[in-house]
Ligand binder design. Structure first.
Ligand SMILES: NC(=O)c1ccc[n+]([C@@H]2O[C@H](COP(=O)([O-])OP(=O)(O)OC[C@H]3O[C@@H](n4cnc5c(N)ncnc54)[C@H](O)[C@@H]3O)[C@@H](O)[C@H]2O)c1
Length: 245
């Protein structure tokens, strides 16, 4: 029996790949035998060189997920992919009632967290359909499930991640018949730079701690492979039991 978790010969594109969950997802894909296309606003060149030095084929591109034209350029340059992971995201904590510049921040969050995944879908779905199928994985959040787990999380982030989950449902229904499986991952709090200074009452978490990036990255890598062939429109709750429903 073939190991359906392996990604041998599969090229996986990941946005937000310079650090945190995205970089770890790239490491998991590489460990499973896949190639990676690293995309981020920041340079992923060091990570790309590290992969190539270890015999894992990797490309890197600097692009803003909020700008579809930049992703089109990446798609034209990187070649066909078997899966695309929309992981790039931001989580500003400016208070929605007291901060005078909040409307602008709201739009930035929506541009990156919601328009970004939509751009990934608009750029890569036609390509995946044309090549006969593939996988799309979107990184949502427990915030989109139950309104956040820190007292300082703000409504722009929560709404953007709820939007990502709804987007997965909308896309999955339309593209499963065309051979593309579209699923999401909704992480609970994770130990990354995004939430390095965010207060959490971990004593109330069922596992008593936040996730390590690899604990989110492995489920993402799983959704990229043939082990997830019968999954479409699922949001995997990877939150240590913090939200069940
Ligand atoms: N850290 C958590 O607790 C947590 C929890 C639930 C969901 N998430 C989600 O997981 C994803 C990854 O988060 P993380 O914790 O690794 O954060 P992170 O801040 O460590 O990494 C995010 C990456 O996205 C990149 N990025 C930001 N804006 C971009 C843009 N416009 N275009 C391209 N790249 C851009 C950043 O440069 C960075 O490399 C995000 O979507 C986040 O919302 C994180």
């Amino acid at each position: 029996m073939e190991n359906a978790l392996k990604l041998d010969g599969k090229r996986v594109l990941i946005t937000g790949a310079s650090r945190g969950i995205g970089a770890m997802a790239a490491r998991c894909v590489g460990a499973l035998g896949g190639e990676v296309v690293l995309v981020d606003l920041l340079s992923c060149a060091a990570l790309r060189d590290e992969f190539n030095g270890r015999g894992i084929r990797a490309q890197s591109f600097q692009a803003d997920v909020a700008k579809r034209a930049e992703l089109e350029q990446v798609a034209a340059a990187c070649g066909p992919v078997a899966a695309a992971v929309a992981c790039a995201g931001i989580c500003p904590f400016e208070d929605w009632l007291s901060d005078s510049g909040w409307d602008e921040i709201f739009h930035q969050v929506m541009d990156v967290n919601l328009l970004g995944p939509i751009n990934v879908a608009r750029v890569w779905l036609p390509r995946l359909v044309a090549q006969g199928g593939g996988k799309l994985v979107m990184v949502g959040s427990i915030a989109g499930r139950m309104g956040g787990t820190s007292p300082i999380v703000q409504p722009h982030y929560v709404a953007s991640k709820g939007g990502v989950h709804a987007l997965v449902y909308w896309l999955a229904q339309r593209y499963a018949p065309k051979g593309v499986r579209i699923n999401g991952v909704a992480p609970g709090p994770v130990e990354t730079e995004m939430t390095a200074t965010t207060p959490y009452d971990t004593a109330r978490f069922p596992l008593g701690r936040r996730a390590k990036p690899e604990e989110i990255a492995w489920p993402i890598a799983f959704l990229c492979g043939s082990g997830a062939d019968f999954m479409s429109g699922a949001i995997l709750d990877v939150n240590g039991g913090l939200f069940v429903g």
